[in-house]
Ligand binder design. Structure first.
Ligand code: AMP
Length: 395
């Protein structure tokens, strides 16, 4: 099974319905805080426009329940137009008469953004009637929204069934190639670095990685449940009691396989989660303190393991990187990953917070691939079928 590539589609003079992922972070004033996702779609859009396709874009933004003024897509259309250096029309409806008129008025090589697809509750329900209304607006369908491919929604799944001429956009294809390549055919030793706040978000991924990785590194908030499961004192650090048994199973499995599973040996702790709190570097966490970053010995060890890898997957920051006092662990390990990449390793950074951490550290350009999808990349890596991808596959 392979996903049909965009280059195979005949686009000239055709209405090309493109699902993009412009679910961009907004700041307190409603302005776009980071346009990485918009930039990531440009190669696909240029390809379609250069071939005289009539480009009709659709995306969701946020989690609106019904029409929500702050989540209208006008600012997104404006930013896209600037980045694409090409006019981008915008219509305040996703489907219906105004959307139909705007689509009819499109000429070859022109581009239009429809309103936020999630203003319609049929979107997340993958409602057949809503998918039909969307499909009526296009002749062919392209999905470039990797970040939403793990959801079977009307604009990611339902519509693809109704428009049999469909393909994956360049961003989608690149994500699939990097992520599938890393697990199916890794170059050299595969080292996986997991972090972030919650064990429960990464259960499937942890189970898979302990089997396929050559070494697994666990840091960040999720490490404390693992440390607690082997009886270590973790003070007030993050703990998911209902995951203690899972953590113990993973540690046991690592032993059985004789596989290195690295947990932090030392920590940066504070009594409260506060940038200005007094911090300490400790091997044993005092009762009143919480571990908020990995300590210097752990950084050294994690970095050394990463340096020996041919392929590195990193998902989840190793400390509370948003605060400078607890960003050192993520910074040192990110630096080691960037250096390894410079020497020929393949590095893949999971989306969401890890991508934000790498951007904040100014190291994104030194990684092989920074994924635009957090949840989608994890689900793909843990071996799940992504509905937005499988619907594009052909036998
Ligand atoms: P996730 O969405 O599960 O990848 O979690 C990302 C969040 O984990 C970030 O906002 C980090 O601040 C947070 N985080 C990382 N390490 C810790 C820690 N030791 N204690 C609390 N939160 C953490």
């Amino acid at each position: 099974m392979r996903v049909r590539p965009l280059a195979d589609l005949d686009l000239h003079s055709r209405r090309v319905l493109v699902r993009v992922d412009y679910n961009v972070p907004l700041d307190a004033d409603g302005k776009i805080a980071d346009d990485t996702r918009i930039r990531a779609s440009l190669p696909t859009l240029r390809h379609i426009l250069d071939r005289g396709g009539r480009t009709i874009l659709m995306t969701h933004l946020g989690r609106p329940k019904g029409v929500t003024e702050e989540l209208r897509l006008k600012p997104v259309a404006d930013r896209l137009s600037l980045l694409l250096e090409h006019p981008v029309g915008y219509v305040r409806e996703t489907v219906g008469p105004a959307a139909e008129r705007a689509v009819e008025a499109l000429k070859d090589g022109e581009c239009l953004l429809l309103e936020n697809v999630r203003f319609n509750d049929g979107e997340t329900r993958n409602d057949a009637a809503f998918a039909c209304e969307i499909a009526d607006l296009g002749d062919v369908y392209v999905n470039d929204a990797f970040g939403t491919a793990h959801r079977a929604h009307a604009s990611t799944e339902g519509v693809a069934r109704l428009l049999p001429e469909h393909a994956a956009g360049f961003l989608m294809q690149k994500e699939l190639d990097y992520l599938s390549g890393a697990i199916e055919n890794p170059k050299g030793k595969l080292v996986v670095v997991l972090g972030g706040a919650k064990v429960s978000d990464k259960i499937g991924a942890t189970r898979r990685f302990i089997e396929i990785a050559d070494a697994l590194i666990i840091g960040g908030g999720m490490a404390y449940t693992f440390l607690a499961s082997r009886g270590e004192a973790i003070g007030k650090s993050l703990l998911e009691e209902d995951r203690l048994e899972f953590a113990a199973d993973i540690l046991e499995r690592a032993d059985e396989l004789g596989k290195p599973l690295l947990l932090p040996k030392d920590h940066v702790v504070a009594e409260s989660l506060d940038q200005d709190a007094d911090t300490q570097q400790v091997d044993r966490i005092p009762a009143g303190s919480m571990g908020l970053d990995i300590g210097p010995e752990s950084r050294r060890q994690f970095a050394e393991t990463v340096r020996g890898a041919g392929t590195i997957l990193w998902n989840g920051p190793l400390g509370v990187f948003e605060m400078k006092a607890f960003a050192g662990g993520s910074r040192e390990v990110a630096q080691a990953i960037a250096d390894a990449t410079g020497r020929g390793a393949v590095s893949i950074i999971g989306g969401g917070d890890t991508a934000a951490a790498v951007n904040l550290l100014g190291l994104a350009d030194r990684m092989s691939h920074v994924s635009t999808g957090g949840g989608a990349s994890l689900e793909l890596l843990e071996g799940k079928v992504l509905p937005g991808v499988s619907v594009l596959e052909e036998g």
